[in-house]
Design a protein around this ligand. Structure first.
Ligand code: DC
Length: 230
């Protein structure tokens, strides 16, 4: 595929805004590859947690990066993260690993370490990539940038239901507190803070079903990229 014909769609937004659901559905509708960049950061959060790095001194993970065998492989229209050859699953989605991930993602060494991997994938494939800084830093030349948002209560409720389905027991109030802490941590960091690109389109999906959010995004794709679902 010629480099200039590659299409990149960036979806950024806070935790629980439904980015991954939209990005996955949109990639499937368009026949693009879905890239969940949060899972790369989560692999490093997991490494910090497994190696006893203190949560309030995340820089302890930096010396471990050189020997980290971290890969993102394209599988079934999406991506999977492998650490030391082992495919990572739900172990990167626990509340503790989420907290570690927010902490390690502040570090310049960690962001630089992951930037190349993310860009390389988007150089060779039509992608829908979700994260926090995709439209601002990773793919500033993305042809369409969506900033997805939803009310804090709605985001917390979605996350609560997700955790419940996985057998994690937290109250709704705990989930809302964890989510607010993480959003603030991600938005206030100095490097690549989670914020919309100046040319991003805001999409508020509070009260929308995933299919309705997908329809709204497909409308933007039609208008701006003149593309239709495959
Ligand atoms: O999207 P997620 O909840 O899986 O992301 C986990 C954490 O990783 C989140 O707290 C912020 C960080 N992250 C980031 O800093 N930059 C990205 N592109 C993706 C995630």
């Amino acid at each position: 595929m010629e480099a200039e014909k590659i299409i990149r769609i960036a979806i950024d937004g806070p935790s629980g805004s439904g980015k991954s659901t939209l990005a996955r559905n949109l990639a499937q509708a368009l026949g693009f590859v879905y890239i969940d960049t949060g899972s790369l950061y989560r692999a490093i959060g997991l490494t910090a947690s497994r190696n006893g790095v203190p949560l309030d001194a995340p820089e302890g993970v930096c010396p471990l990066l050189a020997d980290l065998n971290l890969e993102m492989r394209l599988e079934n229209g999406g991506s999977a993260v492998y650490l030391a050859g082992k495919r990572l699953g739900d172990e990167i989605r626990t509340p503790l690993v989420s907290q570690y991930t927010s902490q390690v993602s502040k570090l310049p060494e960690v962001r630089a370490f992951l930037l190349k991997t993310q860009r390389e994938i988007a150089e060779k494939n039509n992608v829908v990539m979700d994260g926090r800084d995709i439209g601002t830093v990773v793919l500033p030349d993305a042809q369409l940038k969506i900033f997805l948002c939803a009310s804090p209560e709605q985001r917390a409720m979605r996350r609560y239901e997700e955790l419940l389905a996985k057998g994690e027991h937290m109250t709704k109030a705990q989930v809302l507190a964890e989510l607010s802490w993480r959003d603030e941590n991600d938005q206030k960091r100095e490097l690549s803070p989670a914020k919309p690109a100046p040319d991003a389109v805001f999409l508020d999906n509070s009260g929308l079903f995933p299919e309705e959010t997908l329809s709204a995004a497909l409308e933007l794709v039609r208008e701006r990229l003149h593309l239709s679902p495959v």
